[in-house]
Ligand binder design. Structure first.
Ligand SMILES: [Fe+2]
Length: 487
């Protein structure tokens, strides 16, 4: 049993001391550890076999210039389960930028608030801190702003290096690439400031790019996610982008343009530019897709729709205030929303399904692209910083929802679903969430029964030190990890 542990964090100079994303539950940890003998409150289900991975920002060196939460170096935290026992490990993703900084033992890049073309690798550091997915025996860590996809060994968390999918993908890859677990294909996209502003690609189960298609947009857009069905991929053109008027005055201000519709490009998985069907919808922003599937002539897509993507349009705020508002306040308007794109008529139908603030949706990844009834989201309290105070499970068949709140001062993580080996229903499995308790200063991992969410955790795996709050997570079954070889 690990009883005493010296946690190391950054010593912050005065200019960073008030930054909420460098302090408290967001403060980075400097230790890279493996813990094997962990205290457990309750009992880890013996049939829980696999690994829960979570990515998030964790700056290794005192930031140069003003720090935005999205600037931190990516760090993976993993908790592996087998035979009722858990093993924790964490490790930085060794991006090109971090390797360059390691050589000098200091931060070399300014961040998102002060992007600078004189930074060593371009305007901002590509830090792979946003998303973590699994494909072809490896983890892929992905950056929200589109970056190099870094391949990581799922067993050791050691970074293997960036991939270009057989030398064929000439571009970057955004967070939220999607794997079709039935075919083994990986659907990827990038976006950026140059025409055509977006590309879409398909990577074979063997890791080779087999399709690359331009998705022409009216200008530089800032999409975040895509949806896949068994037949189609849906890409997004949303009216949230850098204000061209502000650019004329030398400013890069992201704004929402509610007079411009949101558009969705529905493209056959292996289709080309000529096959794109565009569907218009009410203006909004979408961070995350719940799931999508084919339904006769329709593509159904469930999302968390943000109706007020920018807290105060054109507002003059300090950078820090603006950053906090964009992150925390905008997501307050996220609602469970369903689109139906009719491929026969070209019509879009959309409706809000619940009036609850929730985000970071998860479904059983084995069912991604096929009809799902349940999804599991985090709930977002109205605070200055982005924190998750509970989980909500939605049942789209009955319209019911169930919630579990973590308790005062307890903040969780995105909670992936781990199906039981002999599952008898779609929700027969577990939800996992790293959690930090500000009252005790301790971190833990909750294991919940997805069928009985309201009953609270089956087990709490107590960790010897903090896991900072972070971004996206995934669950990889043990049989998958055991049978596929990392390359
Ligand atoms: Fe995301």
């Amino acid at each position: 049993m690990v009883t005493a542990y010296q946690e190391e964090t950054l010593t912050l100079p005065p200019q960073h001391a008030g930054n909420p994303y460098l302090t408290g539950p967001f403060a980075p940890v400097l230790n890279q550890d493996i813990f094997t003998d962990l205290e457990v409150i309750g009992e880890i289900p013996r049939d829980l076999h696999g690994t829960y991975y979570r990515n998030g920002p964790n700056p290794k060196y005192v930031p140069k210039g003003r720090y935005h939460w999205f600037d931190g170096d990516g760090m993976l935290h993993a908790l592996s389960f087998e035979d009722g026992k858990a093993v924790y490990r964490n490790r930085w993703i060794e991006t090109e930028g971090l390797v360059a900084e390691d050589a000098e033992r200091r931060s070399l890049f300014t961040g998102l608030i002060e992007p600078d073309p004189k930074n060593p690798l371009g305007y901002i550091k590509d830090n792979a801190n946003t998303d973590v997915i699994y494909h072809k025996g490896n983890l892929l860590t992905l950056f929200y702003r589109a970056g190099k996809p870094y391949v990581v060994d799922p067993h050791t968390l050691k970074t293997i290096g960036a991939t270009d999918f057989g030398g064929k993908w000439k571009g970057l890859v955004s967070a939220h690439a999607k794997v079709d677990e039935h075919t083994g294909e990986l659907m990827i996209f990038d976006y950026g400031p140059k025409p055509p502003y977006m590309h879409y690609g398909v990577v074979s189960p063997e890791g080779e790019l087999v399709n690359r298609t331009p998705i022409p947009l009216p200008g530089w857009r800032l999409p975040h996610d895509i949806a896949i069905t068994r037949q189609y991929t849906v890409l997004m053109d949303m009216p949230v982008f850098v204000d061209p008027e502000a650019v004329k005055h030398g400013k890069q201000r992201i704004d929402f343009f509610p007079e411009i519709p949101t558009r969705f490009a529905v493209i056959p998985r292996h289709g080309g530019e000529a096959d794109i069907r565009w569907f218009e919808a009410e203006p909004c922003y979408i961070y995350h897709v719940v799931n999508a599937w084919d339904n006769g002539d329709e593509v159904v897509m469930d999302v968390c729709r943000v109706s007020q993507p920018v807290a105060e349009r054109g507002a003059r705020m300090s950078d820090l205030d603006r950053m906090k508002k964009v992150l925390a306040e905008a997501l307050q308007s996220a609602r469970y929303h369903r689109y139906r794109f009719n491929l026969k008529t070209g019509a879009t139908h959309e409706e809000q399904l619940w009036d609850i603030t929730s985000e970071f949706p998860m479904v059983d990844l084995n069912r991604m692209g096929t009809p799902t009834r349940y999804s599991y989201h985090v709930t977002l309290p109205p605070l200055d910083t982005l924190r998750f105070d509970g989980l909500v499970k939605y049942d789209t068949q009955t319209g019911a929802q169930e919630e579990y709140k973590f308790g005062p001062g307890r903040w969780g993580s995105e909670a992936p679903f781990a199906a039981r080996t002999d599952a008898v229903s779609e929700d027969d499995g577990y939800l996992l969430s790293f959690l930090h308790d500000e009252n005790s200063g301790r971190s833990e991992c909750l294991i919940l029964d997805a069928v009985k969410l309201t009953e609270g955790p089956l087990a709490r795996v107590m960790l010897p030190r903090r896991v900072p709050l972070g971004f996206h997570a995934t669950w990889i079954p043990g049989l998958t990890l055991d049978n596929e070889v990392s390359s």
